[in-house]
Design a protein around this ligand. Structure first.
Ligand code: MF3
Ligand code: CO
Length: 257
């Protein structure tokens, strides 16, 4: 079922969106050489609880993971891309990190992710890959308005990532969001324009372009049954915002403010 939110629910989504944006912004600034992924998870937990919100992750047990996630933040370092489970690891100079966070308050969820490099060792290929996912996300947000179709967003993301030289994995993409984190419709990171569901005001979408440096194949880390890594060990990047379709375009809900 595709959920259309009321103006009151959108107002609540602005609140959770801002919380997600601000928390990710703070956690990024706390991600220094030597910061442990478990510390980041603890800080996320505290910021969520201090705001009177709840985590969409901690009890989440979907078919694509092994048991409840049990953490508050996804931390994906270097070859990890999605559903990165925090573990005892201290960040090193040059690590490429993705933090992904979803929270719920007053019955409405928001979801976002950012990728960045830790420290001073900044590989140009990593910077290019992060920029590619940010640009694909920005292009899709620009194309999002009432009357546009899901396929339009998918094709804009796909073209942007392909033009930048990356392969696209079609197993995991964006999604509807609202009273729960993962809802219909699925927003593939490639597709054909003019196809699929027509966007309407009040629809919330989490758009999330992500790529791996040299492959489109994933493996699940057998140590935790959750973390998805590139099959080749190559590095990865991921950018996500929750947006609301408005009367004449789209509003980004998960910006830090
Ligand atoms: N927020 C992720 C997404 O972008 C989902 C993470 S689910 C978790 O859709 F359980 F792994 F945390
Ligand atoms: Co998401």
């Amino acid at each position: 079922m595709i959920e259309i939110l009321s103006p009151t629910q959108i107002e609540r989504a602005r609140v959770t969106g801002r919380l997600v944006g601000n928390t990710l912004h703070t956690l990024k600034s706390q991600s220094q050489v030597g910061t442990n992924l478990l510390e980041l998870d603890e800080w996320a937990k505290k910021m969520i609880h201090d705001a009177g919100a709840t985590s969409c992750y901690v009890d989440y047990a979907p078919s694509f993971g092994s048991g409840p996630f049990g953490h508050y933040l996804c931390t994906a370092v270097n070859d990890a891309v999605l559903h990165g489970m925090p573990h005892d690891y201290a960040l090193e100079n040059g690590d490429l990190v993705t933090l992904d966070l979803a929270v719920k308050k007053d019955g409405v969820a928001s979801d976002a992710a950012i990728s960045f490099i830790v420290g001073t060792k900044r590989a140009p290929e990593d910077e290019a890959m992060i920029t590619a996912t940010e640009e694909a996300l920005a292009a899709a947000i620009k194309a999002a308005r009432p009357g546009a179709r899901l396929g339009d967003l998918s094709s804009v993301i796909g073209k942007s990532l392909t033009d930048a030289g990356y392969l696209i994995n079609m197993e995991y993409g964006g999604h509807g969001i609202g009273s729960t984190m993962h809802q219909d419709p699925h927003v593939a990171n490639n597709g054909r324009p003019g196809r699929g569901y027509k966007l309407r005001p009040g629809l919330l979408l989490a758009l999330e372009p992500w790529v791996m440096q040299d492959t489109d194949q994933l493996i699940t880390d057998p140590r935790d049954g959750w973390t998805l890594r590139s099959a080749t060990g190559a590095r990865t990047a991921h950018s996500e915002h929750t947006i609301a379709i408005t009367d004449d375009g789209a509003e980004i809900l998960t910006l830090p403010r």
